[in-house]
Ligand binder design. Structure first.
Ligand code: HEC
Ligand code: HEC
Length: 280
């Protein structure tokens, strides 16, 4: 090494220090600050339907202290793709699923960045309770469900996509699942909160911009709880059976009318020919 080379390398030292300091402050300060607030917004949009932080269990567990219960790696994998963690045979996931009424947490199609901000928010010590709902009225809930009563924020009637016990034999639409077994029976008391910010694909699209009011949430919850508990009423089953019998009878009558003669018209000459041939 010659003496002449020294001064040129020294130029790089301040540059290097500057770059290092920027990188470290960037990682330590800037990122978590931005992420915590993003995380809060995301949590309110995607998670409050099923989770509180410090407000007790809903459809899913209270997430207070979850960052201490589980490793960062597990949490990242889980929030990114709970369906895949469960499918991999992960014992924690299996135990949680059994404990929470076998309702699997849905894959919410989040990006790794979004999951980072959620983790930062959940680790920040913030709490977020469930909304306390007013007392619900099942009769009003039914009126809202079938569309006799309009939603305050003008969302569509539930019946256009869902059937449920208690709304008559022909029920409602079939785009969404029948809510007799997939409402209160599936989600339990957590259903009330679920309705406030349903995170599943279609429901999210429908209700994000026209949310239910807390009163509507409570009324629908009361109606759906009744429907699950009493099940499909015998009256409706009888109506379905009668409709089926009437339908079958109509088909038989029609078939007789159109094809009855033709069958005879073909068969009689055939029989006569056979008989004639036998007599020869
Ligand atoms: C439709 C309801 C639902 C939504 C929405 C939901 N979760 Fe869950 N979550 C659950 C259920 C139920 C469990 C328990 C495991 C199971 O049954 O699959 C769970 C478990 C968890 C766990 C593990 C808790 C523990 O004790 O280890 C974490 C962490 C979690 N969810 C985070 C989130 C985050 C973050 C969001 C929003 C991005 C979210 N969840 C959205 C239902 C939901
Ligand atoms: C535009 C059609 C549509 C309307 C209107 C609609 N839903 Fe849904 N709903 C769906 C679909 C589709 C699903 C299945 C999950 C998804 O894709 O969101 C669903 C899922 C649900 C679930 C979860 C069922 C399960 O098996 O986990 C509940 C509860 C529910 N809807 C309640 C309601 C209530 C209450 C209303 C009225 C306030 C309503 N829905 C209005 C289409 C609709």
């Amino acid at each position: 090494m010659t003496k002449g080379e020294r001064p040129s390398t020294i130029w790089f030292v301040p540059l290097l220090v500057f770059a290092l300091v920027t990188a470290v402050t960037g990682i330590v300060f800037a990122k978590p600050l931005a992420q915590t607030s993003d995380g809060e917004a995301l949590f309110k949009e995607k998670c409050v339907a099923c989770h509180t932080i410090g407000g007790g269990d809903l459809v899913g567990p209270d997430l207070q202290g979850v960052a201490e219960r589980r490793s960062n790696e597990w949490l990242t994998q889980w929030i990114l793709a709970p369906d895949q963690v469960l499918a991999s045979g992960d014992p924690i996931a299996a135990e949680l699923l059994a404990k929470y009424k076998n309702v699997p947490m849905p894959n919410l199609a989040l990006t790794p960045d979004q999951v980072d901000s959620l983790l930062a928010y959940m680790g920040s010590g913030a709490t977020i309770g469930g909304t306390v709902l007013p007392t619900g009225d099942a009769t009003r809930g039914k009126a809202l469900f079938v569309g006799d009563k309009r939603f305050e924020n003008s969302g569509p009637q539930c019946m256009s996509c869902h059937s449920i016990a208690g709304i008559g034999a022909l029920g409602g639409g079939s785009l969404g699942p029948d809510l007799t077994a997939n409402g209160y029976t599936k989600y339990g008391e957590g259903l009330a909160a679920f309705l406030g910010a349903p995170p599943t694909v279609t429901m999210n699209v429908v209700w994000k911009d026209t949310p239910l009011t807390p009163q509507e949430q409570a009324d629908l919850f009361a109606f759906m709880k009744n429907a699950s508990v009493s099940g499909r009423e015998p009256g409706a089953l009888l109506q379905i059976a009668l409709l089926a019998i009437l339908g079958a009878a109509a088909w038989i009558a029609l078939a007789q009318f159109y094809w009855g003669k033709r069958l005879k018209g073909v068969r009689r000459p055939m029989i006569e020919r056979t008989l004639a041939a036998a007599q020869k």
